[in-house]
Design a protein around this ligand. Sequence first.
Ligand SMILES: NC(=O)c1ccc[n+]([C@@H]2O[C@H](COP(=O)([O-])OP(=O)(O)OC[C@H]3O[C@@H](n4cnc5c(N)ncnc54)[C@H](O)[C@@H]3O)[C@@H](O)[C@H]2O)c1
Length: 318
Amino acid sequence: VAELSGHLAKVAIVGAGSVGATLAYACLIRGVAHTVALYDISASKVEAEVLDLRHGLQFVPRADVVGSDDVSVCAGADVIAVTAGAKQRPGQTRLDLAATNVDLCRQLIPRLLEVAPDAVIVMVTNPVDVLTLAALQLSALPPQRVLGTGTVLDSSRLRDLVARHVGVAVQNVHAFVVGEHGDSEFPLWSSASVGSVPLRQFSLAGRPALGPEDEQRIAHEVVTAAERIIRGKGATNYAIGLAGARVIEAIIKDENRVLPVTSLLSGHDDLGQVCLSLPAVVNRSGVQAVLDVSMSEEERDLLSRSAAAVRAVAESLL
Ligand SMILES: NC(=O)c1ccc[n+]([C@@H]2O[C@H](COP(=O)([O-])OP(=O)(O)OC[C@H]3O[C@@H](n4cnc5c(N)ncnc54)[C@H](O)[C@@H]3O)[C@@H](O)[C@H]2O)c1
């Protein structure tokens, strides 16, 4: 019961950079776990972030923050979120980071599991689909216990753009970006809805409906969003922090929440051995089930192409 309410739960965040520190901040504000532990190879960085976060504990639901450059700070964690590693520089794709970050996983994953053998692993480091498969293979855990934030962030970007276009609250837009968290991702327009009205039939008086050109423009904006943000401020952190905290909360509070996380796809033999995002039920066990979403023929084709792009990188490294 304690774990379900998050009161005794512990989340360990690996990497106290822009993403890790913001993820910790979001977890604290949302009251996701009783203990938030930060682990980073840079002792000065992790110490500074822990102090800064601790100085805000008065203003959030009861929790503690600990941190260290020693991996034992992650001991007994219920969830380990991995944000450590190289990030995109302007002009780099997420897949360009693969070799460096797979090597980092090789060192990290066994050490993390030594201290927190029962944790669900949530990968955030990019390219997140390749690294989720890497973490799964390196850990030899059951597939449901290893997932990545995948297109949870991209779907939230999509919903923001659609909501602004059609004039309803972002919470009432139901739409998913699926596939790779990267250049080959795409929105499932055919099943998107507002309230229970199919998005392609939706319009409010005095506002433009969403036409095919809008779909193309919005899909492009979603795919290039990170690039624009990185050009302007060097990293993305707030929305991924919130998206990651949402995923962790679904696990710790055993919510059975449908989220487009990345995980090993089973039942999709045509796509091969690959981690990709599709809407999935997330709870204390990790990914309980990947949903069998209805797709148009074009969407199926895009999913196969996305799988091929991720598989090509994963197969060259794993
Ligand atoms: N999945 C997503 O949607 C998403 C969104 C944004 C960023 N990211 C990814 O998250 C990662 C981190 O981005 P960032 O902006 O926080 O980078 P950053 O450079 O600010 O932080 C990375 C941190 O990892 C630490 N680190 C490196 N090696 C380590 C190790 N072996 N053990 C522990 N800590 C280690 C570094 O000291 C640094 O503090 C990148 O790969 C980035 O592409 C993913």
